[in-house]
Write a protein that binds this ligand. Sequence first.
Ligand code: BTN
Length: 266
Amino acid sequence: MDLKDAKSGRQKLDSALISGTLASLSGKWQNVEVLETVLSTNDLAIEKLASNAGVVAIVTADEQTKGRGRLQRDWSSPLGAGIALSIGCELSEFSFEPSTIPLAVGVTVVRALSTLGVKVNLKWPNDICFVADDGTLRKVGGILVQRTGDNIVIGIGLNVSLTQPELPTAIATSFLLEGFVVQRETLIAQIIFEIEQLANGTRSSWLTEYLNSCSTINSSVRVSAADGTSFEGLAKSISKAGGLEIEVAGDLVEVTVGDIEHLRHI
Ligand code: BTN
């Protein structure tokens, strides 16, 4: 079967390859809905959960035109060039503090990519980044976790083969631009498997890996508030709730939402 999109020339997602890879990984989460074009995979997963209590709803698409990112930003995924994946389930599938799920999911993406030979780091809370020798970060993906009642939807967006003009910001990158050819189907299946494994684990099953792969830890950072004020400090660790603990003039300050800027890594 020819899975090439005539207009873009890019390969469309091969759902049989996703299913086959999932079968070989032998997890319990085997059913993935593969769509051509969606507004937002997170929205679809939320809808599916609303009408099917207790299921694990997994949705991916070749193209996402109105995806949502963190902090009210947009996240689009051009046809055939990205991964837009959402996994919705009951919160009770996870056996650790819900507010830390966004961080832990970052670890699963790092793990999944390392099985394909791609090394990435995290920027708190869960940006997926390549790190240059001088400490500069280039963002290749992100995670948006939404809670609706007793359900949770985990949305993952990754720039697989986007070209420079297709990228939204100057600090964004894609695997292809970094020199990696990544098969989307394999990565999708591996991420699903890693998240299922994560759900069965405890906080200690991911925390050390998070701290080791998060470039924010031990970096000087600037935190800017919505009212225009800002402060600087040294990022030390992660709180019980998943906040970033920053040492400021000898005190520890916890940041729970928003974006931080890296200044220097020590
Ligand atoms: C970020 O802002 O860094 C997070 C981006 C997460 C986007 C993903 S793409 C798949 C899923 N569907 C959405 O609408 N958003 C998430």
